[in-house]
Design a protein around this ligand. Structure first.
Ligand SMILES: Nc1ncnc2c1ncn2[C@@H]1O[C@H](COP(=O)(O)OP(=O)(O)O)[C@@H](O)[C@H]1O
Ligand SMILES: [Mg+2]
Length: 373
């Protein structure tokens, strides 16, 4: 698929902007702080209903405005669709597809798919487990938009269970009323049900990503691998099916219960898991060099792209300011690998940062205007 027109109102720094787009490569070039990332962030929002830079919608609405609108015309094969999202921080967002408002924002998921490369990606390798969980879960949702519902169910149950545990911990410390354990049992069931579904999807995803990541790493840094992906669950065990994972989670929750009541927080479940990234026999985190860490992060994104493409509906590739971060060799290899994509959106501060194989349409971004160069 590709986006044929992007239109923003009160999104980030843009009061209003219209950007016609073609398939193939489009580069947005301009000095820092001019609004290049803001444009591709909007495309990413259509794909994930979130930003790769911030965790809430409020910063996406132009300072002083009440709501932001992201509108895009999308083409998949012969099919054209018009998507509109209205971002209302603090209130429910709204969505329209082909001008029909009988849809929820979540229904937009799956129409636009993106794989985004950004300087922040280094944190996939060097950062906290939360970065890797988000990577997995966003890809799960891109593969299967229905999982957005399971993710938000899990988050809601987790929050409520934590509230319950916290008040139990406080009560214990101050000699108050003790916790009604049957209530906790109910929450355990809810948590294990949504958790098992998420876990099953993560394990399935990692199995699919493993060979693709190794292949991509070899393409970016020949002879540098192999790389290996290993899931590190907080509830240990061998289970793979959803039913077995459900049992495994319940058993781990039972085992952790005493400690959870003492600490007032849920200690077991997909929100505490990690993805171990191995380079050769060592973990990449803490051992890989800066260049190796970059290759790894890029390999994970390229593998995501291969996977989504193989499963139909080719995603838009977004490369936000990444070429300036890379040495010449990695830069050239990455550019060659992404160049054939159906649609590739690149941002760069200067023309020279855009590799030659990515010659295509070019826009100059400056002071809130986006003009074809
Ligand atoms: N909600 C907002 N309202 C107004 N301006 C914003 C908002 N969010 C970001 N900006 C401005 O957008 C600019 C950054 O745009 P960005 O797309 O990240 O730049 P770059 O071209 O370097 O990628 C900054 O000047 C910032 O102040
Ligand atoms: Mg930027």
């Amino acid at each position: 698929m590709h986006v044929t027109h992007l239109s923003l109102a009160d999104f980030r720094s843009y009061a209003h902007v219209e950007v016609p787009l073609d398939a193939g490569v489009t580069a947005f070039v301009g000095p820092n702080g001019q609004g290049k990332t803001n444009l591709v962030e909007a495309v990413g929002y259509l794909a994930t209903l979130g930003s790769h830079r911030v965790s809430s919608d409020a910063p996406l609405v132009r300072m002083g405005a009440e709501r932001a609108i992201v509108r895009a015309q999308v083409r998949q094969g012969e099919r054209q669709q018009l998507l509109e999202l209205e971002l209302n921080p603090g209130r429910a967002n709204r969505a329209r597809i082909n001008r029909s408002s009988q849809v929820r924002p979540r229904d937009v998921l799956g129409i636009v798919r993106t794989v985004l490369f950004a300087p922040e990606d280094l944190a996939l390798v060097k950062g906290d487990p939360g970065e890797r969980r988000r990577f997995l879960d966003e890809l799960i949702t891109a593969r299967s938009p229905r999982m957005a519902g399971v993710r938000s169910d899990y988050d809601r149950v987790l929050k409520q269970r934590n509230t319950l545990l916290k008040s139990a911990a406080l009560a214990r410390r101050h000699g108050g009323r003790s916790l009604d354990l049957s209530t906790l049992d109910v929450w355990d069931q809810h948590l294990a049900r949504a958790g098992a579904e998420l876990l099953a999807r993560r394990l399935d995803l990692i199995a699919a990503l493993r060979p693709l990541t190794d292949k991509a790493y070899e393409q970016l840094a020949p002879g540098g691998g192999p790389v290996g992906l290993e899931y590190r669950p907080s509830a240990p065990g061998e289970a793979h099916t959803r039913e077995d994972l459900h049992e495994q989670l319940l058993a781990a929750l039972a085992e952790a219960r005493k400690q959870e009541i003492e600490r007032g927080v849920t200690l077991v479940g997909p929100h505490r898991d990690d993805l171990l990234l191995k380079l050769g026999q060592l973990p990449a985190k803490g051992y890989a060099s800066h260049g190796e860490s970059w290759s790894y992060a890029l390999a994970l994104r390229l593998a995501s792209y291969d996977l989504l493409r193989a499963e139909g509906n080719e995603p838009v590739l977004v490369l936000d300011d990444v070429f300036a971060e890379l040495d010449v060799r990695r830069r050239e290899r990455l550019a060659e690998l992404v160049a054939p994509g159906e649609q590739v959106l690149v941002t760069a501060a200067v023309d020279d940062d855009v590799p030659d194989v990515l010659a295509g349409a070019r826009y100059t971004v400056s002071g809130g205007t986006v003009e074809r160069a």
